[in-house]
Design a protein around this ligand. Sequence first.
Ligand code: ZN
Length: 144
Amino acid sequence: MTQRHVIKTLNKYPIHSLPIPIHAIEEIIADNGYSLSCCDGICKPCIYQFELILPKFKTTSDCRYALAHELGHISVHGREKSTIDTISKHEAIADAFALYFTMPPYLFEKDIKRMNEWDLAEKYGMPVEQVINRMKLCDHYQYQ
Ligand SMILES: [Zn+2]
């Protein structure tokens, strides 16, 4: 389900370089009608009405993952208000979206056969722990 959403997004906004550029994710978010701003005083990104407010990130890979996660909320859930009991489900979906989006289907599944998690982290510009989470989403998860 989430994977299909990511493929639809990547088809609409083709990205030809890896790691997926931060500005490319920001442009897709802006194209969905959201403005982005940065705030020093917060530790997690938050969406308020049509504004996405971001904290200062320590690393580019953290920033990339967080932006992709927020894009997941925006493109999967849109503007519908979430109720309390679906918040954790929404988070899980946004996380899966971020993993598929930053480590695109097919490409990643091919790379997993010949690269280790450190090389994958470098190629896709993601934290190693997220690479491992992405590996768990592969149909034939054979990494040991
Ligand atoms: Zn979230």
